[in-house]
Design a binder for this molecule. Structure first.
Ligand code: HEC
Length: 155
């Protein structure tokens, strides 16, 4: 297919905005590789849902969101060889504390562990020239009005 004007314009735009991320891309991937920013956007969604679920004491959903978030972080490290593995492994204690807090249904421990994890997100952003991407432990009001976070009554 002959590239159309808008395609070139879009490609040009991409090149301009993605320059900084270029060295993070994995050139050997022959399948669809999600962009690192997309993996991170999914991580952001899960980070927020994890908090909302924990706040609502829905430990089953918290465990699920934590699992999804961890998968995002692993995916980022596996697909983007430019990310130092140590930047991901340093998050492990926070992820484990979250997992423990969820298992113990301990809201206080959960909140503390989420703070630690969030600091881990920012530490990696700082070390990779993305110090302007600053995550924080979410605050109200809820942005995800399209999902219920309180636990469902068991039938
Ligand atoms: C191992 C390093 C690393 C860790 C850990 C990490 N990030 Fe990122 N994150 C990055 C990099 C690198 C970028 C920039 C991607 C780009 O420029 O394409 C980024 C970008 C982002 C963005 C911006 C995406 C966009 O398109 O607007 C968000 C949001 C984000 N991260 C959230 C998180 C959250 C939440 C966590 C923790 C749960 C986290 N990140 C942990 C490396 C990391």
């Amino acid at each position: 297919m002959k590239p159309r004007g808008w395609m070139l314009a879009l490609a040009g735009l991409g090149a301009a905005t993605a320059v900084a991320a270029q060295d993070l891309r994995s050139p050997s991937a022959d399948q669809y590789v999600p962009r690192l920013g997309d993996i991170m956007s999914a991580a952001q969604t899960r980070h927020q849902k994890l908090w909302l679920a924990g706040k609502a004491q829905n430990w089953e959903l918290s465990a699920y969101e934590l699992h999804q978030l961890r998968a995002n972080l692993v995916e980022a490290a596996v697909l983007y060889s430019g990310i130092p593995v140590s930047n991901v492994t340093t998050l492990e204690p926070s992820l484990q504390s979250l997992s423990d807090a969820i298992a113990a249904k301990d809201g206080r421990k959960f909140a503390k562990a989420l703070g630690g994890l969030t600091e881990g997100c920012n530490a990696c952003h700082r070390s990779m020239g993305r110090s302007f991407v600053v995550m924080k432990v979410p605050s109200d009001p809820q942005p995800f009005a399209n999902q219920q976070f309180a636990p469902q009554a068991k039938p």
